[in-house]
Design a protein around this ligand. Sequence first.
Ligand code: SF4
Ligand code: SF4
Length: 74
Amino acid sequence: MNRVAIDQDRCKACRLCIGACRLNLLALGQSLNAKGYHPVEITDRARCVACAQCAAMCPEGAIAVYRGVKRTSA
Ligand code: SF4
Ligand code: SF4
């Protein structure tokens, strides 16, 4: 399974990654981070193809993408 990890406290809610995801899998969340922004969340992990376009676009280096991560629990 592919995985996108978003560092919630680095995110400044600029939305660049949201526009970069051609599958529209990213959206601003409801929570507030330490900087007072609503950080981005992935809406459907199962559909992520690990293209890393979101990570490439992020000026804060807040996104890491992992391809083919094995599940550790059922
Ligand atoms: S890795 Fe690609 S498909 Fe997955 S959330 Fe980022 S831009 Fe979307
Ligand atoms: S590009 Fe980075 S800083 Fe901007 S909304 Fe996405 S994760 Fe947050």
